[in-house]
Design a binder for this molecule. Structure first.
Ligand code: ADE
Length: 270
């Protein structure tokens, strides 16, 4: 999957383009190849739904040593990615339909909504910085800076894997579309609890409604449990939500249940 640089001679007929093409620029191709070849990312590529090519950024490095980084002006620890190798790489890879992405802890927080948006594009180029960061002039070469959370990783490779994995599994035909339609965040709520066999494990039994065969009751239970979990764990997701009447009613039920529980837990007056 690693693209050979310079490009190996083209076969007589160029391979058909997949609906989504992803190019990843990195100094550590080995960090990406294994995870991208396995499981859903591997299957998506084998089925021709997407292609992911990993490019060694050093191919565009400067001088005899193919250098890509340098000391930071003004002094300070660490090395900074230079703009010239990045500009050269983008010149070689960029197309009119490209979206160039820079993983960066200061970027837009990556969400499921952004994953859906990127899954609808045709050509993504992800530039993985290493070292202490990138020369500021590189930012004007990219379309989107993405953060995968408020912590600092040692480079952009793991964020790139996170972003690519989240996108590839959304491509039509990648996985059962019912699972992506119902999973956490897709509807703006966390996912409801799921159970499989055995029916009783330790002290805990599977809720009766799930084995009742009553589809409407199961649907309602799942919605209510999604709301319960979201209210407990991620209340901010509910704050901006346009509630349906049913959701508002179920939330009110949850509130009534919680206050009834609080009252029954309160110590009785002496
Ligand atoms: N590079 C280092 N840390 C990162 C983060 N949290 N998100 C995206 N890119 C990063």
């Amino acid at each position: 999957m690693t693209a050979e640089e310079p490009e190996s001679p083209k076969p007589a007929s160029a391979p058909a383009r997949t609906p989504l093409e992803v190019e990843i620029l990195t100094l550590f191709p080995g960090m990406l190849e294994g995870p991208l070849a396995e499981s859903i990312p591997g299957r998506v590529q084998a089925r021709g739904l997407a292609s992911v090519r990993v490019h060694d950024m050093r191919h565009w490095g400067l001088g005899r040593h193919k250098s890509v980084d340098d000391y930071t002006y003004g002094g300070g620890a660490g090395m900074v990615l230079r703009p010239e190798p990045v500009a050269a790489a983008l010149e070689a890879l960029r197309r009119p339909d490209s979206t160039v992405i820079l993983p960066d802890p200061g970027g837009e927080v990556f969400t499921q909504a952004r994953a859906h948006d990127l899954a609808g594009r045709t050509h993504l180029i992800i530039l993985c910085p290493r070292y202490e960061g990138v020369d500021e002039r590189i930012r004007s070469m990219v379309d989107l800076e993405l953060s995968i959370g408020d912590y600092v990783l040692s480079g952009g490779e793991i964020p790139a894997l996170v972003v690519v994995d989240a996108i590839l599994r959304l491509l039509p035909g990648a996985i059962d579309s019912e699972s992506t339609a119902e999973e956490s965040f897709t509807g703006g709520l966390l996912e409801y609890p799921q159970y499989t066999r055995p029916p009783v494990f330790g002290e805990t039994a599977v809720p009766d409604v799930l084995t009742s065969g009553h589809h409407e009751a199961v649907r309602k239970w799942r919605l209510k449990e999604s709301l319960r979990r979201t209210a407990r764990r991620r209340p901010e997701l509910l704050a901006d939500r346009q509630m349906s009447k049913e959701e508002a009613r179920l939330l009110a039920e949850l509130r009534d249940e919680a206050s009834a529980e609080a009252q029954s837990d309160a110590p009785s007056p002496e």
